[in-house]
Design a binder for this molecule. Structure first.
Ligand code: S3P
Length: 450
């Protein structure tokens, strides 16, 4: 089943060269944060380039339920009239975050230090994902949580009436956990400190500073120590959301494996905590060039020019790079199938608790398509067959996971036989224009029931 509606089986077949410009949508992580922090500021925050994927729309609806006014002005332009830190009203309905782990975990953090009770739920994928990683640190502030066994949704959180500040070392490399603690720290008196051993995406820290919070990051032997002064008045901002490197990954990887391709993917955010895939692809021999490198809104941005690369080679992807490309491993495993030799990907335990177990979902589909994959608890290895040699011809389960569906559809653009997915519906959570965008470049995608 698709997260919202009937399954949409889809097939992708070998196509001629991909060419043209791929205008991918706004960054999902930054879009969620814009709506949540906008709702916690005093006054009107304006946002352009917001990702209008289902995940972000669900977060916008949630912010309205907490009392903020969220207005869609059309064309990716939105405004949020915030209620201020500590100003959330108690929603009179269950908050349904759909498919979005980022949405639910960040919102839990944002409400955890307000004296309100909130019940959260999601789709079958989200309701199977671990929430204790967030509710454990939120308990230190005084927030109580009762959910299903295994710390799963549906779950009710009772926010702390008298929150205390917290010092917390994040036990897993997770920007969602780090961000939940920081957002909770906003309405606690004194200083909240978060320590992360491995650097994860830092959009929350950057945006909090932009909204006028006192926040600093110190790099120490223990990792990054982030200190936030509680109970600021957040001042509204204008946010121009950069385009999502995690969505750019799909046209970029497609162009690398489809013969003759030459594609421009403009205005891509290249924050170093997000750009690990592009470094990895270049190490594999990808013809991928950063053009017009610049800085926009405090984030490094470039246009990506990518051309078919027939001589890709497998590599060892450093474990310490994992956090900066965690959402890109599924599509990297597709590119690795077309490279010569083995691509070994260690240090990726977190992939097992995403929208699906992404190692399992990809390994199963890749094997069905004729590719050899080995995997363990926190690593996997793909043995590439070289350009032109990947059989394909499999129908793969997308497991309510947008990135699994898009990865197999990219794969089918260059396999000998078409690749199908049982449900392309989840693609709308993060990349609602995937089909027309890839079709416009020359991809052969079709919905099987039409
Ligand atoms: C995200 C963090 C990552 C990533 C997710 C978005 C964020 O999750 O996989 O798609 O916006 O903070 P984790 O924090 O679980 O690693």
């Amino acid at each position: 089943m698709s997260s919202h509606g009937d399954p949409i089986p889809m097939t992708s077949s070998a196509c001629g060269p991909l060419s043209g410009t791929a205008d991918v949508p706004g960054d999902k992580s930054i879009s969620h944060r814009s709506l949540i922090l906008g709702a916690m500021a005093v006054g009107e925050t304006t946002i352009t380039g917001l990702l209008e994927g289902q995940d972000v729309l669900d977060t916008g609806r949630a912010m309205q339920a907490f009392g903020a006014e969220v207005i869609n002005h059309g064309g990716g332009s939105w405004s949020v009239h915030g209620v201020g830190v500590g100003g959330f009203a108690e929603p009179d309905q269950v908050i349904d975050c759909g498919n979005s782990g980022t949405g639910v975990r960040l919102i839990m953090g944002a409400m955890a230090t307000s004296p309100i009770s909130v019940t959260f739920t999601g789709d079958a994928s989200l309701n199977g994902r671990p929430m204790a990683r967030v509710t454990d640190p939120l308990a230190l502030f005084g927030c109580e949580a009762v959910g299903r066994s295994g710390g799963r949704l549906p779950m009710t959180l009772v926010g702390a009436a008298d929150p205390v500040p917290v010092e917390y070392t994040v036990p897993v490399p997770s920007a969602q956990v780090k961000s939940a603690v920081l957002l909770a720290g906003l309405n606690a008196p004194g200083q909240t400190v978060v320590i992360e051993a491995e650097a994860t995406r830092d959009h929350t820290e950057r945006m909090l500073a932009g909204f006028g919070a006192e926040i600093s990051t110190e790099v120490t032997d223990a990792g990054r120590v982030i200190t936030l002064k509680g109970q600021p008045e957040l001042k509204p901002l204008h946010i121009d959301v950069p385009r999502d490197p995690s969505s750019a990954a799909f046209p970029v990887c497609a162009a690398l494996i489809v013969p003759g391709s030459d594609v421009l993917v403009p205005n891509i955010g290249l924050n170093p905590t997000r750009a690990g895939l592009f470094t990895t692809l270049r190490e594999m021999g990808a013809d991928l060039v950063y053009e017009n490198e610049r800085e926009e809104g405090g984030e490094p941005v470039a246009d990506l020019r990518v051309r078919f690369s027939p001589d890709l080679v497998g590599i060892e992807v450093p474990a310490e790079r994992a956090a900066s490309m965690i959402d890109e491993y599924p599509v990297l495993s597709v590119v690795a199938s077309f490279a010569k030799g083995q691509t070994h990907m260690p240090g990726v335990k977190e992939l097992r608790v995403k929208e699906s177990d992404r190692i399992d979902a990809m390994a199963t589909g890749l094997r069905a398509a004729g590719v050899t994959v080995e995997d363990g608890p926190d690593w996997w290895t793909v043995t590439g067959l070289g350009h032109g040699n990947v059989p394909g011809g499999a129908t793969c389960a997308s497991h309510l996971d947008h990135r699994i569906a898009m990865s197999f559809l990219v794969m089918g653009m260059a396999t000998q036989k078409p690749m199908s997915v049982d449900d392309g519906g989840p693609i709308a959570t993060s990349f609602p224009i995937f089909e027309p965008l890839m079709g416009g470049l020359g991809a052969q995608l079709r919905r099987n029931n039409r």
